[in-house]
Write a protein that binds this ligand. Sequence first.
Ligand SMILES: [Zn+2]
Length: 283
Amino acid sequence: MPPAPRSRRSLLAGLCLALAATMPATAQQAPTATLSTEAEIAAEFASVPCDNSARLDATRALFERMGAPADAIRIDHHDDVDNLVVVKPGTSTETLVIGAHYDKVAKGCGAIDNWTGVVALAHLYRTLRQFAPAKTLVFVAFGREERGLVGSRAMTAAIPDDRVASYCAMVNLDSLGLAAPQVADNMSSKAMVAFAESVAKELQVPFGHARIGGANSDSTPFVKRGIPALTLHGLDSNGLRVLHSPRDQAERVNATSVYLGYRLALAMLARLDQAPCTAQRGD
Ligand SMILES: [Zn+2]
Protein backbone atom coordinates (compact mmCIF):
# COMPACT_ATOMS: atom_id res chain seq x y z
CA MET A 1 0.00 0.00 0.00
CA PRO A 2 1.57 3.34 -0.97
CA PRO A 3 1.87 5.94 1.77
CA ALA A 4 -0.67 8.72 2.13
CA PRO A 5 -0.01 11.77 -0.01
CA ARG A 6 2.19 14.42 1.53
CA SER A 7 0.52 17.16 -0.32
CA ARG A 8 2.34 20.34 0.51
CA ARG A 9 6.02 19.58 0.13
CA SER A 10 7.51 20.59 -3.20
CA LEU A 11 8.30 17.78 -5.53
CA LEU A 12 11.93 18.74 -5.80
CA ALA A 13 12.44 19.14 -2.06
CA GLY A 14 10.78 15.81 -1.37
CA LEU A 15 12.70 14.00 -4.01
CA CYS A 16 15.99 15.55 -3.01
CA LEU A 17 15.39 13.91 0.33
CA ALA A 18 14.46 10.67 -1.33
CA LEU A 19 17.53 10.80 -3.50
CA ALA A 20 19.68 11.49 -0.48
CA ALA A 21 22.21 8.87 -1.45
CA THR A 22 23.82 11.53 -3.57
CA MET A 23 22.55 14.61 -1.82
CA PRO A 24 23.32 15.76 1.72
CA ALA A 25 20.39 15.51 4.14
CA THR A 26 20.15 17.08 7.56
CA ALA A 27 18.67 15.69 10.74
CA GLN A 28 15.85 18.26 10.77
CA GLN A 29 14.44 17.26 7.42
CA ALA A 30 11.02 15.69 7.11
CA PRO A 31 10.53 12.02 6.21
CA THR A 32 11.53 11.11 2.70
CA ALA A 33 9.34 10.08 -0.20
CA THR A 34 8.93 6.40 -0.76
CA LEU A 35 11.02 5.35 -3.72
CA SER A 36 10.41 2.10 -5.51
CA THR A 37 13.15 -0.41 -4.94
CA GLU A 38 15.01 -2.47 -7.48
CA ALA A 39 13.38 -5.60 -5.99
CA GLU A 40 9.89 -4.13 -6.47
CA ILE A 41 10.70 -3.30 -10.06
CA ALA A 42 12.20 -6.75 -10.64
CA ALA A 43 9.02 -8.38 -9.29
CA GLU A 44 6.95 -6.83 -12.09
CA PHE A 45 8.67 -9.06 -14.63
CA ALA A 46 7.26 -12.24 -13.15
CA SER A 47 4.04 -11.53 -15.04
CA VAL A 48 4.66 -9.76 -18.34
CA PRO A 49 1.59 -9.90 -20.60
CA CYS A 50 2.95 -11.42 -23.81
CA ASP A 51 -0.32 -11.06 -25.72
CA ASN A 52 -0.73 -7.66 -27.36
CA SER A 53 -4.48 -7.66 -26.81
CA ALA A 54 -3.96 -8.01 -23.04
CA ARG A 55 -1.49 -5.14 -22.70
CA LEU A 56 -3.86 -2.20 -22.31
CA ASP A 57 -5.81 -3.89 -19.51
CA ALA A 58 -2.56 -5.00 -17.89
CA THR A 59 -1.26 -1.43 -18.01
CA ARG A 60 -4.44 -0.22 -16.31
CA ALA A 61 -4.12 -2.91 -13.62
CA LEU A 62 -0.48 -1.93 -13.05
CA PHE A 63 -1.39 1.75 -12.54
CA GLU A 64 -4.13 0.72 -10.11
CA ARG A 65 -1.60 -1.29 -8.13
CA MET A 66 0.66 1.79 -8.10
CA GLY A 67 -2.13 3.72 -6.38
CA ALA A 68 -4.01 5.35 -9.26
CA PRO A 69 -7.71 5.68 -8.42
CA ALA A 70 -9.80 3.87 -11.04
CA ASP A 71 -11.53 7.11 -12.01
CA ALA A 72 -8.19 8.87 -12.55
CA ILE A 73 -7.24 6.45 -15.30
CA ARG A 74 -8.70 7.40 -18.64
CA ILE A 75 -8.45 5.96 -22.10
CA ASP A 76 -8.07 8.55 -24.85
CA HIS A 77 -9.69 6.98 -27.89
CA HIS A 78 -8.31 8.39 -31.10
CA ASP A 79 -9.35 7.15 -34.57
CA ASP A 80 -7.15 4.11 -34.63
CA VAL A 81 -5.44 3.92 -31.24
CA ASP A 82 -6.10 3.95 -27.50
CA ASN A 83 -3.72 5.78 -25.16
CA LEU A 84 -3.98 5.24 -21.40
CA VAL A 85 -3.62 8.55 -19.54
CA VAL A 86 -3.28 9.37 -15.85
CA VAL A 87 -3.02 13.03 -14.88
CA LYS A 88 -1.53 14.32 -11.64
CA PRO A 89 -2.69 17.95 -11.56
CA GLY A 90 -0.18 20.60 -10.62
CA THR A 91 -0.72 24.10 -9.34
CA SER A 92 -0.32 25.39 -12.89
CA THR A 93 -1.42 24.19 -16.31
CA GLU A 94 2.20 23.98 -17.44
CA THR A 95 2.60 20.34 -18.37
CA LEU A 96 5.24 17.62 -18.27
CA VAL A 97 4.53 14.41 -20.22
CA ILE A 98 6.03 11.09 -19.18
CA GLY A 99 5.44 8.32 -21.71
CA ALA A 100 6.09 4.71 -22.69
CA HIS A 101 4.39 2.53 -25.30
CA TYR A 102 2.46 -0.49 -24.09
CA ASP A 103 2.10 -2.31 -27.41
CA LYS A 104 4.52 -4.89 -28.79
CA VAL A 105 5.37 -6.51 -32.10
CA ALA A 106 4.10 -10.01 -32.88
CA LYS A 107 7.40 -11.77 -32.16
CA GLY A 108 8.60 -12.32 -28.62
CA CYS A 109 6.99 -11.23 -25.38
CA GLY A 110 7.77 -7.52 -25.58
CA ALA A 111 9.36 -7.64 -22.14
CA ILE A 112 12.28 -5.37 -23.02
CA ASP A 113 10.32 -3.52 -25.74
CA ASN A 114 8.49 -2.13 -23.92
CA TRP A 115 7.10 -3.60 -20.71
CA THR A 116 10.25 -2.21 -19.10
CA GLY A 117 9.15 1.32 -20.04
CA VAL A 118 5.60 0.74 -18.83
CA VAL A 119 6.85 -0.58 -15.48
CA ALA A 120 9.18 2.40 -15.03
CA LEU A 121 6.34 4.75 -16.02
CA ALA A 122 3.94 3.26 -13.48
CA HIS A 123 6.56 3.36 -10.72
CA LEU A 124 7.27 7.00 -11.56
CA TYR A 125 3.56 7.63 -11.06
CA ARG A 126 3.63 5.76 -7.75
CA THR A 127 6.46 7.97 -6.48
CA LEU A 128 5.33 11.29 -7.91
CA ARG A 129 1.72 10.97 -6.77
CA GLN A 130 2.98 11.56 -3.22
CA PHE A 131 3.68 15.22 -4.04
CA ALA A 132 1.92 18.38 -5.09
CA PRO A 133 3.84 19.19 -8.26
CA ALA A 134 4.04 22.72 -9.61
CA LYS A 135 3.40 21.50 -13.12
CA THR A 136 0.69 19.12 -14.25
CA LEU A 137 2.15 15.65 -14.80
CA VAL A 138 0.62 13.62 -17.62
CA PHE A 139 1.52 9.93 -17.61
CA VAL A 140 0.77 8.30 -20.96
CA ALA A 141 1.00 4.69 -22.07
CA PHE A 142 0.93 4.97 -25.84
CA GLY A 143 -0.71 2.45 -28.15
CA ARG A 144 0.58 1.25 -31.52
CA GLU A 145 4.06 2.72 -31.31
CA GLU A 146 5.26 -0.27 -33.29
CA ARG A 147 2.84 0.61 -36.12
CA GLY A 148 4.40 4.03 -36.65
CA LEU A 149 4.15 6.02 -33.42
CA VAL A 150 0.38 6.05 -33.82
CA GLY A 151 -0.49 6.88 -30.20
CA SER A 152 2.05 9.67 -29.74
CA ARG A 153 1.24 11.19 -33.13
CA ALA A 154 -2.44 11.23 -32.22
CA MET A 155 -1.76 12.85 -28.85
CA THR A 156 0.51 15.56 -30.24
CA ALA A 157 -1.82 16.28 -33.16
CA ALA A 158 -4.63 16.87 -30.66
CA ILE A 159 -2.73 19.58 -28.75
CA PRO A 160 -4.19 22.94 -29.82
CA ASP A 161 -1.63 25.37 -31.29
CA ASP A 162 -2.13 27.83 -28.45
CA ARG A 163 -1.37 25.12 -25.85
CA VAL A 164 1.92 23.88 -27.30
CA ALA A 165 3.99 26.41 -25.36
CA SER A 166 2.55 25.11 -22.07
CA TYR A 167 4.02 21.65 -22.72
CA CYS A 168 7.39 22.17 -21.06
CA ALA A 169 9.01 18.79 -21.77
CA MET A 170 8.38 15.13 -22.54
CA VAL A 171 10.37 12.16 -21.20
CA ASN A 172 9.89 8.86 -23.05
CA LEU A 173 11.01 5.44 -21.86
CA ASP A 174 11.50 2.77 -24.50
CA SER A 175 13.36 -0.49 -24.09
CA LEU A 176 15.20 -0.32 -20.81
CA GLY A 177 16.43 -3.57 -19.34
CA LEU A 178 19.75 -4.53 -20.89
CA ALA A 179 22.28 -1.85 -19.89
CA ALA A 180 22.74 1.53 -18.20
CA PRO A 181 20.34 4.31 -19.27
CA GLN A 182 21.20 5.96 -22.55
CA VAL A 183 19.65 8.72 -24.54
CA ALA A 184 18.66 8.10 -28.12
CA ASP A 185 20.16 11.25 -29.62
CA ASN A 186 18.34 10.90 -32.92
CA MET A 187 14.93 10.97 -31.20
CA SER A 188 15.66 13.74 -28.70
CA SER A 189 15.98 17.53 -28.42
CA LYS A 190 19.58 18.70 -27.99
CA ALA A 191 18.87 20.63 -24.80
CA MET A 192 17.14 17.63 -23.26
CA VAL A 193 20.10 15.40 -24.08
CA ALA A 194 22.49 17.77 -22.32
CA PHE A 195 20.09 18.06 -19.40
CA ALA A 196 19.80 14.27 -19.02
CA GLU A 197 23.56 13.95 -19.06
CA SER A 198 23.99 16.58 -16.35
CA VAL A 199 21.38 14.94 -14.11
CA ALA A 200 22.97 11.51 -14.57
CA LYS A 201 26.32 12.97 -13.57
CA GLU A 202 24.81 14.54 -10.48
CA LEU A 203 23.16 11.25 -9.47
CA GLN A 204 26.30 9.30 -10.34
CA VAL A 205 24.19 7.06 -12.54
CA PRO A 206 26.08 5.54 -15.47
CA PHE A 207 24.87 7.11 -18.69
CA GLY A 208 25.59 7.07 -22.37
CA HIS A 209 24.45 8.20 -25.79
CA ALA A 210 23.44 5.85 -28.53
CA ARG A 211 21.67 6.59 -31.72
CA ILE A 212 19.32 3.80 -32.61
CA GLY A 213 19.79 3.76 -36.34
CA GLY A 214 16.65 3.21 -38.37
CA ALA A 215 14.43 3.21 -35.31
CA ASN A 216 12.13 5.78 -33.82
CA SER A 217 10.04 6.25 -30.71
CA ASP A 218 7.29 8.32 -29.12
CA SER A 219 9.47 11.35 -28.31
CA THR A 220 9.77 12.22 -32.01
CA PRO A 221 6.23 13.56 -32.57
CA PHE A 222 6.77 15.85 -29.57
CA VAL A 223 10.09 17.12 -30.93
CA LYS A 224 8.38 17.75 -34.27
CA ARG A 225 5.60 19.69 -32.53
CA GLY A 226 8.21 21.97 -30.92
CA ILE A 227 8.01 20.33 -27.47
CA PRO A 228 11.37 19.46 -25.88
CA ALA A 229 11.51 15.67 -25.60
CA LEU A 230 13.85 12.75 -25.23
CA THR A 231 13.88 8.96 -25.29
CA LEU A 232 15.78 7.00 -22.68
CA HIS A 233 16.60 3.38 -23.46
CA GLY A 234 18.80 0.76 -21.86
CA LEU A 235 20.06 -1.26 -24.80
CA ASP A 236 23.49 -2.83 -25.06
CA SER A 237 25.33 -3.79 -28.24
CA ASN A 238 23.19 -6.91 -28.42
CA GLY A 239 19.98 -4.97 -28.04
CA LEU A 240 18.99 -4.78 -31.66
CA ARG A 241 19.22 -8.57 -31.93
CA VAL A 242 16.82 -8.90 -28.99
CA LEU A 243 14.19 -6.31 -29.91
CA HIS A 244 11.41 -7.45 -32.21
CA SER A 245 12.61 -11.05 -31.97
CA PRO A 246 11.60 -14.20 -30.11
CA ARG A 247 14.50 -13.40 -27.76
CA ASP A 248 12.61 -10.49 -26.18
CA GLN A 249 11.51 -12.38 -23.05
CA ALA A 250 11.09 -11.52 -19.37
CA GLU A 251 14.13 -13.54 -18.30
CA ARG A 252 16.38 -11.21 -20.28
CA VAL A 253 15.33 -8.15 -18.30
CA ASN A 254 18.07 -6.75 -16.10
CA ALA A 255 16.13 -5.07 -13.30
CA THR A 256 19.05 -2.80 -12.43
CA SER A 257 18.79 -1.24 -15.87
CA VAL A 258 15.06 -0.58 -15.42
CA TYR A 259 15.63 0.76 -11.91
CA LEU A 260 18.35 3.16 -13.07
CA GLY A 261 16.09 4.39 -15.86
CA TYR A 262 13.37 5.03 -13.27
CA ARG A 263 15.78 6.90 -10.99
CA LEU A 264 17.19 9.04 -13.78
CA ALA A 265 13.75 9.94 -15.14
CA LEU A 266 12.56 10.72 -11.60
CA ALA A 267 15.41 13.12 -10.96
CA MET A 268 14.89 14.77 -14.34
CA LEU A 269 11.19 15.26 -13.67
CA ALA A 270 11.83 16.73 -10.23
CA ARG A 271 14.13 19.33 -11.75
CA LEU A 272 11.87 20.02 -14.72
CA ASP A 273 8.98 20.59 -12.32
CA GLN A 274 10.85 23.41 -10.62
CA ALA A 275 12.42 24.94 -13.73
CA PRO A 276 10.86 27.61 -15.95
CA CYS A 277 8.74 26.03 -18.68
CA THR A 278 11.06 27.51 -21.30
CA ALA A 279 14.20 25.97 -19.75
CA GLN A 280 14.58 23.19 -22.35
CA ARG A 281 13.39 25.12 -25.40
CA GLY A 282 15.64 26.62 -27.97
CA ASP A 283 16.91 24.00 -30.36
ZN1 LIG B 1 9.70 0.19 -28.36
